[in-house]
Design a protein. Structure first.
Length: 178
């Protein structure tokens, strides 16, 4: 009779960072987060939500991190579509993390807040509270959406990735669901 629990998992933890990015800012943050995870010994891959083919492949990962730009006070349409697609996938027993890029204005909203709620709904346990990366307005750079990443945000997300990686590695000593 199976208890549904496997023996302790050996080997490094695995993470996938799924993002949407209109002007490249969220992608840069996702890649910084990936770098931090790798520095903590986590096998990590970073992929645009539009390129993820198999939703079932998400079950291969210990951590599923999702990030998007904040648009119209919530997540981008592309990431909302992705999150709707994973709604039927059972991801219990895995960790999740939500992040976004957003303006620092009080009423600018948060894609990460929306993402975190959706990730919890599919059974992911948040490994750390959601995190925002700040973009600041530019007067002239229309090609970048009129904003740029605040100085130091990429380094900060590398550090967040490292911290998340350390927490994930410590979870590797526990038994996980089959």
């Amino acid at each position: 009779m199976s208890s549904g629990i496997t023996a302790q998992r050996s080997g490094p933890r695995r993470a996938i960072i799924i993002f949407d990015s209109r002007y490249g800012h969220t992608e840069r943050i996702a890649k910084s987060f990936e770098t931090g995870l790798k520095q903590a010994g986590v096998e990590a891959i970073c992929i645009n939500s539009k390129e993820l083919q198999s939703l079932e492949s998400l079950k291969e990962f210990d951590l599923i991190a999702v990030g998007a730009p904040t648009e119209k006070i919530t997540a981008s349409e592309s990431i909302k579509e992705f999150l709707d697609r994973i709604d039927g996938v059972d991801l219990r027993g895995r960790s999740g993390f939500a992040f976004d890029t957003k303006l620092s204005y009080p009423l600018s909203g948060s894609a990460a807040k929306y993402i975190e709620k959706k990730l919890k709904n599919v059974g992911l346990e948040m490994i750390m509270p959601r995190s925002n990366s700040i973009v600041i307005p530019l007067k002239e750079a229309k090609e970048e959406g009129g904003v740029k990443l605040k100085e130091g945000e990429e380094k900060r997300f590398e550090e967040i990735g490292f911290e998340v990686g350390k927490v994930l590695a410590s979870k590797g000593k526990e038994a996980i669901p089959a």
